[in-house]
Ligand binder design. Structure first.
Ligand code: GTP
Length: 322
């Protein structure tokens, strides 16, 4: 059986997402009509043999998060639990801290997903790739191509970047454990205050992956599907655009259509059930590149225009600059 872990961070992370994260914790901010995290959960729930989804973060659980978990469990008919870190333990430290919960029930593999990415989440493809190409007990990173410009690179610069979506098996904890023990020993040599937390704070990307790559245990599955980070408010707009486009194949019911007496719909549009849109809305409005807060009214002659931050549409490998 399989499990999935979603790294949701905590209130101190995601400051670039302000002011949007003042009202709602960032992972619950709606992207293309549903909470950012729901896209991850939907993708995980579709993978055959997926038994449980664990959210790991350092948010204080609140009513909103509990309600979301409850609704998602009912809708996707899968166990979803929130595991709270006592402090920010980093992307590797969090899963290490909760390793017993992750390996309970003996999953042969588990996915780890960053909450702040939007993607077509090719999880089934990553599993097949691992079976076909990976050595037994190897790990897979989802990668995508990006063109960056590095002036006079002094070393090899790859055009593949890490998408923050991984396929691991329980062996990963031995590798994280080695780093944890080394951190502990290093700390004994320093001052012993607050040592536990600092030994447990481990980043997958810097502390674990470089060593694994050196040992030939890490494989990259390169996707051609869409992917973007959601760091700044502007990137949430771009992510909405990508998901709205995907709804043509995954969720046509979420896309608004032209109806007698209704507003004129052009392009991919999601309308929240509580939104009131005047049939003449397109006549006097220009709301572009904007996120409009709850309980706002946009009246006649309004013009709410933000700054476009989408990547160049003519460059197939362009990624949003966060
Ligand atoms: P930044 O540019 O600093 O955001 O770096 P990054 O793109 O490498 O992102 P980062 O590693 O900070 O975060 C990746 C994902 O992991 C995000 O979804 C975060 O919410 C989450 N995350 C980051 N730090 C922690 C942590 O300490 N604990 C948990 N549970 N999640 C975390």
């Amino acid at each position: 059986m399989l499990k999935a872990v979603i790294l949701i961070g905590g209130p101190q992370k995601g400051t670039r997402f302000r002011p949007l994260s003042f009202e709602v914790p960032k992972p619950l901010f709606p992207v293309a009509g549903v909470p950012m995290l729901q896209h991850h959960i939907e993708a995980c729930a579709k993978v055959p043999n997926m038994k449980e989804i664990l959210l790991v973060g350092f948010y204080q659980p609140n009513e909103e998060l509990n309600r979301f978990l409850c609704n998602a469990q009912q809708e996707f008919k899968i166990s979803i639990r929130y595991l709270q870190e006592y402090a920010a333990l980093g992307t590797g430290g969090g899963i290490y801290h909760f390793r017993d919960q992750i390996v309970s029930g003996s999953p042969e593999a588990f996915f780890v997903l960053n909450a702040d990415v939007c993607s077509a989440f090719p999880l089934a493809e990553m599993l097949s790739f691992q079976k076909e190409h990976g050595e037994p007990n190897s790990f897979v990173i989802l990668g995508t191509t990006v063109l960056h410009y590095v002036e006079k690179p002094s070393t090899f610069v790859s055009d593949i970047i890490n998408c923050g979506i991984y396929l691991f098996n329980p062996d990963i904890f031995q590798h994280i454990g080695t780093v944890f023990q080394k951190n502990q020993q290093d700390m004994l040599l320093e001052e012993p205050t607050n040592g536990w937390h600092r030994a447990e704070a481990i980043r997958l990307e810097q502390d674990i992956f470089t060593a694994l790559a050196g040992q030939g245990k890490l494989y990259v599955y390169k996707t051609l599907g869409f992917w973007s980070q959601i760091k700044s408010a502007g990137s949430a707009i771009y992510a909405s655009r990508l998901y709205l486009n995907q709804y043509h194949t995954t969720h046509t019911e979420r896309l608004a259509s032209n109806k007698e007496g209704g507003p004129k719909i052009s392009g991919n549009v999601y309308i929240h059930p509580t939104a009131n849109i005047d049939p003449s809305a397109t006549d006097h409005c220009c709301v572009l590149n904007s996120i409009v807060g709850w309980d706002s009214t946009i009246g006649k002659w309004a013009r709410v225009e933000g700054t476009p931050s989408d990547p160049n549409p003519n460059d197939p490998y362009a990624k949003i600059d966060s």
